[in-house]
Ligand binder design. Sequence first.
Ligand SMILES: Cc1ncc(COP(=O)(O)O)c(C=O)c1O
Length: 342
Amino acid sequence: MTMTTSGIERLNALPQRPYLPGPSPLQRMERLSESLDGPDLLVKRDDTLPLAMGGNKVRKLAYVVADALAHGADTLITAGALQSNHCLLTLAAANREGLACRLVLEERIPGTYDPQAGGNNFLYRLLGAERIDVVGRGDTAGGLRRAAAAARSEGRTPYVIPVGGSNPLGGCGYASCAVELLAQLVEMGLTADRIVCASGSGGTHAGLVAGLIAAGSDVEVTGVNVSRPRAEQESSVTALTEAILAFLEIDAALAPDRIACRDEWLGPGYSLPSADMLNAVATVARTQGIVLDPVYTGKAMAGLIGMIRGGELTAGQTVIFLHTGGTAALFASQGMFTAALG
Ligand SMILES: Cc1ncc(COP(=O)(O)O)c(C=O)c1O
């Protein structure tokens, strides 16, 4: 008799660095639920994961850095926006492993890079990024290629991590998170109707859906877009979900409506403030004592509040908000909050 290995077993067998202390907390947000007269709201606190300032990259990097070490890497190279949480977390993981770390930062608006800026930029310096290359809009892939070639020419063994850590291996971090979350819900005697998360490079969103499929759960996931219009994001998250399912050898068709992305709370664009985001960050801080970020979780929370106010999510339902971290960026964005704080 041949034994078949399930997707969950394959996920559990993936080599992983020990960055996770155990499940991240799943907490009720009673005061926010009450203030909105809405569903039972819970928050999955991935902002509390223990590397640098925490956040979703910890789960992705636990797998990706294990792979880098298996390839004999001595230098991690990755890319992101000027205030990239992913760059910070990659640097933190490199420090923990005794590896060098080089960053490629995309200056989307010419002249906006300020080496003395606060937030994550300050932390790049504090944690000691070995080298920072600033590239123009759309030149991230080229910047990564050049940085890897330069490292090789110096005799290094570089390992390039894509933007957001969002390849199939990184996405497995959120497949595991979905399995972890389902177990917590069972323990609490709850069934979730919806999970709401920010959807950027898509690894978090895609990983969650792949993990739910692997576990046989049909909980809906709504990704709130932070950078792209709906159709574009849905097709990119669909492709990544399919790639994660294939990577885990899960033979399940992805239903066309399984990937839902929303762009109503994108505001003027990536990292640009909207009134809904500013109000959402202030509301959650003032009702729950939880600090969100202005680029990702603030917009995702604006989406969650918008879906409740619009009647799409209602009392009697159970909704999980995934807090993916990113709070360091707040300290480079204080000015935008002046009006919202009154
Ligand atoms: C704080 C935070 N939340 C959410 C996201 C979005 O996650 P993903 O890129 O996996 O879509 C990011 C990505 O950088 C992030 O830094």
